[in-house]
Design a protein around this ligand. Structure first.
Ligand code: ZN
Length: 374
């Protein structure tokens, strides 16, 4: 054979082999593709079934109403806010029928063997829902509760916790326990029951705190260390500022609010509240500042709006006071200077009342100073 023919034969053979291989590959690929397609079909069938199951499960969740939903206010759950600290920020509004009286910030601190709760909420019915949400954080038992002050929107939900954990320790300032038992709880029951159109059902007999605390007390619960401070008079005369030393979180109760103005009752002091917040700003450097109402955050962003608000009341109120004017005469002017917070809940109503309260305190302070001189 001449070289040309040999080359041709070799080429033909090579081409045939390649062709054959290619055919083999094509056949293999075809088969693989087919089997893959079958798998995909099977998988999608399975997925469909899974989806069907999910739909059923989701429906089950919905029909059990296990999500904590409050009409237009949406859904509430605990979210991790710091190391072992979970907070459920309530709607930043006044108590009403639609929010069922839930509008504070319950918190959960997880220890090795249990959970410690701060301010579980405003009534027994809300408490049961908060408890269900706590169980989604952890099914560990609740081993202690803290209440920041005497106002029922923060502590009436103790009732639901005590029902499940009858021996749980509930800490509050000693004066909070005294005045609550002496009638303050009944007053708040009336306020909240009217506001929620009857959602306080089941809240009595009240689950009063059982462990009285005083300024400077240190409490250790299952390795979690707390220090409490008691400003004599600030939001009320029963306040506890609670610091969780492990996570460097500070719970200020209603001495701090963001996005909502509450009331300054007869036991409170606007001057005392300012003093407390200024002291906290100066003395502490924690990683998380938790208001009684409104979103938690870093020190300045959380404290400054409310502190600046109170300072405007005192500065402007003092000018009016020195001019012998009544608060209603300067109210519009002062509110204009607070334009930046006009969207805060209950701003118009409460800011005017707070200005009046600040000016009454000015009178009282002047009187006290005169008496001191005599
Ligand atoms: Zn309060």
């Amino acid at each position: 054979m001449n070289r040309k023919i040999i080359y041709s034969l070799m080429t033909l053979s090579l081409l045939t082999n390649i062709y054959a291989n290619e055919n083999l590959n094509s056949a293999q690929i075809m088969q693989e593709t087919l089997s893959k397609m079958k798998d995909v079909a099977k998988m999608s069938e399975k997925n469909q079934q899974n989806n069907d199951t999910n739909v059923t499960e989701n429906n089950a969740i919905d029909s059990n109403a296990s999500a904590f939903t409050l009409g237009k206010y949406g859904t509430f759950k605990f979210e991790k806010a710091n190391d072992n600290v979970y907070i459920m920020h309530g709607p930043v509004v006044s108590p009403n029928k639609e929010n069922e009286g839930f509008m504070n910030n319950p918190a959960v601190i997880e220890s090795e063997h249990g959970l410690i709760v701060v301010d579980p909420g405003g009534n027994y019915n809300v408490g049961k829902k908060v408890l269900a949400e706590i169980e989604k954080v952890s099914t560990k038992p609740i081993i202690a509760v803290f209440n920041t002050h005497k106002h029922g929107d923060h502590w009436f939900a103790n009732k639901a916790i005590v029902e499940k954990y009858p021996k749980v320790d509930i800490y509050a300032h000693e004066h909070m326990i005294t005045v609550s038992k002496e009638g303050e709880a009944d007053v708040w029951y009336g306020i909240l029951n009217r506001a929620t159109k009857g959602n306080l059902e089941g809240t009595k007999e009240f689950a009063f705190p059982t462990k009285p605390l005083v300024d400077g007390d240190k409490i250790e619960v299952d390795g979690q260390k707390f220090v409490v401070g008691h400003p004599k008079v600030a939001h009320t005369d029963t306040d506890l500022v609670i610091t969780h030393e492990n996570s460097k979180t500070i719970f200020l109760g209603d001495n701090l609010m963001k996005g909502r103005l509450g009331s300054f009752d007869e036991s409170s002091s606007i001057f005392g509240n300012i003093e407390l917040l200024e002291q906290i700003k100066k003395d502490t450097n924690y990683t998380l500042y938790v208001p009684g109402h409104g979103i938690s955050g870093k020190k300045d962003e959380t404290i400054d709006p409310f502190l600046n608000y109170l300072k405007v009341l005192v500065t402007e109120g003092q000018i009016a006071y020195d001019d012998d004017k009544e608060s209603y005469e300067v109210k519009d002017e002062v509110l204009k200077k607070l334009e930046w917070m006009k969207d805060w809940d209950a701003f118009e109503k409460n800011a005017a009342a707070h200005l009046n309260k600040a000016m009454i305190e000015m009178g009282e302070r002047e009187l006290a100073a005169e008496e001191d001189e005599e």
